[in-house]
Design a protein around this ligand. Structure first.
Ligand SMILES: Nc1nc2c(ncn2[C@@H]2O[C@H](COP(=O)(O)OP(=O)(O)OP(=O)(O)O)[C@@H](O)[C@H]2O)c(=O)[nH]1
Ligand SMILES: [Mg+2]
Length: 530
């Protein structure tokens, strides 16, 4: 049943779907938590490294994330703020988990890039920025950790400009830094926001907002801070270009904000400006055709699958970005890859680990679906004519290890664990050619995934395993008349099969792959299965 066009349009334009990205440890999860606090979704903010009995940050919900104080998997957080429906995607910064981050970015309409004020533009930030650029995502920049001494704000902005090739326009400007960080100046509204640190940042702060021209301001700030601020602002006026929303939406300009996610300084002015500037859902393309978000055809794609989110139920949730139209519970949609109709009976609104059944959703929303194994990353679901969204990037594993089980009675649990975790896309499972399902081989894009695998297989499936690293770094699917027996005598390569028993070869180094291509010109060595 389709919803009234006017309602659909109104609902779509109030969606804001964005991802937070950066190098590890810049403060993404901490800022996410504070946006939830200021957005009214939580009343007490937790911490990434929570002390005993205190609250943990909402988006780092996995046991291993809490233990280590890092994000391993991206989280979806949906909440209402003012008249907007926000879909916030907190991503992991570590490069070993970047597959998940890249996929999650395919579901976002804009990105908030965090910069640690002591470190500036770091490697992972640079890579993620380039991924955003490829998709023309508008990018906000939040320079974080101003509660600590860091580098000069102007120097940081010029580093962003030089290394990332995007022009910076400061929307807020810091007043002091480290111990003397007092607040931020809002350049558009010409207002000073002064904060007082309290409650370790767990609650919203009392803020004093005054005009720069107010007679009281100089007294409040003190002569030194006042003259530094005036001097900085004059410099910005002279040297800087004014903000252009158009240039921002074309991602040639990034609005820059300063603050501290830890103490909450500057978070509220950022949120307010963000909500005014962030774009509503963008159009996606299917086979070269643009699918408008307010189209009455429903369409969506799956960009992430997560098993065991609820330890009590051990279920699997597929995360789907709605690209167009209106979604209703119990709706029948086309599962394009399987070419069949399925009923989406239990759609979920997500707040990291917590979920709630919903009745409807609109283009721009990221929602969860309970999945019994029908859905895969990259799948398109739609009504009407079949669409194919190919937004979700594919990666080839570069690290391989043999899985050995410590208790052979737990083989069943291991198999289930490997099957489910490989469906999440973080690892891929292979078997050595001719060995059946003995000693599976796992492949991953980053080695930390192996530690996560080992931890999760033990904690979520109850099987203890050890992993023996293998010396290969390339995996290729083989097409053509393949004789594994002949091939397996070669050095620096190993014949394997994937989960669908398709033949593959692992190679050690480019050189051994090229050699194989030379020796077997009738064979094709492909990066993907199809
Ligand atoms: N001093 C200070 N520390 C901060 C600030 N924001 C975050 N931190 C700390 O920096 C560390 C990393 O913060 P996270 O929020 O986990 O960083 P992240 O970017 O989510 O890290 P990954 O998800 O692992 O990539 C934690 O110890 C935080 O408490 C800040 O504004 N000031
Ligand atoms: Mg994090």
């Amino acid at each position: 049943m389709s919803v009234d066009t006017k309602i659909l349009q109104n609902e779509v334009v109030r969606r804001r779907t964005f991802a937070i990205i950066s190098h590890p440890d810049a403060g993404k999860t901490t800022l996410t938590e504070k946006l939830l606090l200021y957005g009214g979704a939580i009343h007490l903010a937790g911490a990434v490294k929570a002390k005993k009995a205190s609250r943990h940050a909402t988006s780092d919900w996995m046991e291993i994330e809490k233990e280590r104080g890092i994000s391993i998997t991206s989280s979806v957080l949906q909440f209402d703020y003012q008249q907007f429906r926000i879909n916030l995607l907190d991503t992991p910064g570590h490069q070993d988990f970047s597959e998940d981050t890249y996929r999650t970015l395919s579901a976002a309409d804009s990105a908030v890039m965090l910069i640690d004020n002591a470190k500036g533009v770091e490697t992972q930030t640079k890579k993620l920025f380039e991924v955003c650029r490829l998709r023309d995502l508008p990018i906000f920049t939040f320079i974080n950790k101003l509660d600590r001494e860091g580098r000069d704000p102007l120097e940081l902005m010029s580093e962003v400009e030089q290394l990332l090739g995007i022009q910076c326009v400061p929307m807020t400007w810091p007043i002091g830094m480290g111990q003397s960080f007092r607040g931020v100046y809002d350049r558009e509204n010409k207002l000073i926001h002064l904060f007082k640190a309290a409650f370790h940042g767990q609650k919203k702060l009392m803020t004093q907002t005054i005009s720069l021209e107010d007679a009281e301001t100089a007294t409040l700030l003190g002569d030194h801070a006042m003259s530094t601020l005036r001097h900085d602002l004059e410099l910005l006026e002279m040297a800087g270009t004014p903000f252009s929303k158009d240039a921002f939406l074309k991602s040639t300009v990034t609005p820059v904000y300063f603050g501290s996610a830890l103490t909450n300084f500057g978070v509220e002015p950022f949120l307010q400006s963000f909500i005014e500037l962030a774009p509503p859902p963008a159009a996606y393309s299917s086979d070269g055709q643009t699918v408008a978000p307010e189209s009455d055809q429903f369409s969506a794609f799956v960009f992430k699958i997560q098993a065991n989110m609820d330890p009590a139920h051990r279920d699997r949730v597929a995360f789907m970005r709605i690209c167009s139209g209106h979604f209703e519970r119990q709706m029948e949609v086309k599962h394009v890859r399987l070419n069949k109709t399925i009923r989406l009976s239990k759609p979920l609104q997500l707040m990291a680990q917590e979920r709630q059944l919903i009745d409807e959703a609109y283009a721009g929303d990221v929602i969860g679906l309970f999945d019994t194994g029908q859905l895969r990353i990259g799948d398109t679901l739609c009504t009407g004519n079949p669409l194919h969204f190919s937004e979700v990037p594919h990666f080839s594993p570069e690290f391989f290890a043999k899985v050995r089980i410590r208790d052979p009675l737990k083989r069943k649990q291991l198999k289930k664990g490997l099957d489910q975790l490989s469906e999440e896309g973080a690892i891929q499972v292979f078997y050595q050619w001719g060995m059946g399902e003995m000693d599976p081989i796992v492949g991953a894009v980053g080695v930390l995934q192996f530690e996560v695998l080992q931890y999760r297989i033990e904690n979520e499936y109850g099987a203890k395993i050890t992993l023996e690293r293998l010396p290969y770094d390339l995996a290729r699917w083989v097409q053509g008349d393949f004789d594994a027996k002949k091939f397996s005598q070669r050095e620096r390569s190993l014949c394997i099969v994937d989960r669908d028993e398709k033949p593959m070869v692992l190679f050690k180094g480019d050189w051994s792959l090229r050699h194989a291509m030379n020796d077997f010109p009738q064979l094709k060595f492909l990066l993907t299965a199809s």
